[in-house]
Design a protein around this ligand. Structure first.
Ligand code: FAD
Length: 396
């Protein structure tokens, strides 16, 4: 079979890969190939909680999230179709000891232009009457945030990429990245070779399988992520705000009209083999999540579990995403190690990667804080106003 050629190959059809393919094709690159081993959204994306919120403890991630919010709000104009965005607002909770952190982070959001503010316990109760604000808790509110449909978002990007001439190859696995000297020359896939001078590895928990043969070690590791769904009594709104709860280490959102989908951090990350991991959680995790959610939403203490799932995603050494050019090979780029927070930022990540690839610099948001080389430089990312410096938890 004759080799195909492409201006760029994007490996991985999750939301970040689909967004990158869309932005590259829109920028005018020819035959951009989005190569997906199974089907679009088969990795972490299809199992995402898909919260869209701006509350971060630094400017760069807030900028990525804020830029992306404009996509979710104007999806049909920018991408086309419907990404299922529900602008229900987000409540952000922190324990009293972190009041200064929450206030400083709200100031970061405001500097970027995000609509966010501190609210009293009474206001939080008005916004979500089922919530419990414990003595001393501090609460932030983002009215413009919410959640979207992760599969619809991904398929929307992929369709729009196709409309700009991209090729979407499902059921096609990239076996290895081809190089000559210090530059990328193509990829070998299960359906043949694609010649290209640009390869973007957006392969989620599987990225090390492609990095290792190239001698690239970013310190990223596949880890488990888990959620559980609980049916509540009728006194809740089906559009209650989503929640990020740094006091109880959990996040939650409405689902199915009468349930809450949530995840609680239970101990340190569980490492998994991305080729063989459980797709469901054990009873201990359901009990723990119900118990944690009930601290914020007391009615959930009596609620029935209605479902759960588990999957693999990629952790990074400093719990921040790695986005940019890999200096080991000309033409090699990545977005990896997102630690389970990069659904909401995927539109901006794809846009910035396309800018970097096409023009040599990301102008929408400066990607240099996310550079892969920061670990080799001995400069891992630390935020002074993080909520859990000792064991940075996954906060969606
Ligand atoms: C339970 C859970 C809840 C989450 N909640 C949120 C949230 O509320 N908000 C938020 O912003 N983020 C959230 N996230 C994180 C978010 O979903 C992920 O950051 C995002 O979906 C990652 O997308 P991706 O495209 O980078 O990776 P993935 O979706 O994992 O996609 C990688 C793709 O690459 C493919 N692939 C791998 N190797 C190859 C190969 N060799 N050849 C071809 N294809 C390959 C895989 O099949 C896969 O489809 C959550 C994640 C989970 C798991």
């Amino acid at each position: 079979m004759a080799a195909r050629t492409a201006d760029a190959v994007v490996v991985g059809g999750g939301v970040n890969g689909a967004s990158t393919a869309f932005h590259l094709a829109k920028a005018g690159l020819k035959n951009v190939s989005l190569v997906e081993r199974w089907h679009l959204g088969a990795g972490a994306t299809g199992k995402s909680g898909a919260l869209v919120r701006m509350h971060y403890s630094n400017i760069p991630e807030t900028q990525l999230a804020f830029t992306s919010l404009r996509y979710f709000e104007n999806w049909s104009d920018i991408v086309g179709g419907d990404c299922g965005f529900q602008q229900v607002g987000t409540l952000v909770f922190a324990a009293g000891e972190h009041r200064e952190h929450l206030e400083a982070n709200l100031e970061i959001q405001r500097q970027v232009g995000v609509n966010s503010r501190l609210v009293t316990a009474e206001e939080a109760l008005e916004l979500d009457p089922s919530v419990n604000v414990a003595e001393g808790d501090v609460v932030g509110y983002e009215p413009d945030s919410g959640y979207a449909d992760p599969s619809a978002t991904t398929y929307g990007f992929a369709k729009a990429a196709r409309d700009f001439g991209a090729v979407v190859l499902e059921d096609t696995r990239v076996l290895r990245i081809l190089t000559e000297g210090d530059r990328v020359t193509g990829v070998e896939t299960t359906t043949g070779i694609i010649e290209t001078s640009v390869v973007v590895v957006v392969a989620g928990a599987w990225a090390n399988q492609l990095f290792e043969p190239l001698g690239i070690d970013l310190g990223v590791y596949p880890r488990q992520s888990r959620i559980a769904i609980f049916r509540w009594s009728r006194d809740r709104s089906s559009l209650h705000p989503t929640c990020i709860d740094h006091a109880n280490h959990l996040w939650a959102r409405p689902i199915d009209g009468n349930c809450t989908l949530g995840g609680a951090e239970m101990g340190p990350p569980l490492l998994v083999d991305p080729e063989e991991f459980p797709e469901s959680v054990d009873q201990d995790y359901i009990d723990f999540t119900r118990q944690q959610l009930a601290k914020r939403y007391p009615s959930i203490a009596r609620s029935s579990a209605r479902g759960n799932w588990a999957c693999a995603l990629m952790g990074s050494p400093d719990s921040r995403p790695i986005i940019g050019a890999l200096e080991q090979y000309d033409g090699l780029y990545t977005m990896t190690g997102d630690n389970g927070t990069s659904f909401k930022t995927a539109p901006a990540i794809g846009k910035c990667l396309a800018e970097l690839i096409v023009s040599g610099e990301a102008t929408t948001v400066d990607l240099s804080p996310f550079r892969p080389s920061r670990f080799a430089e001995g400069k891992p990312w630390l935020d002074a106003t993080d909520y859990d410096l000792e064991d940075a938890s996954v906060s969606r």
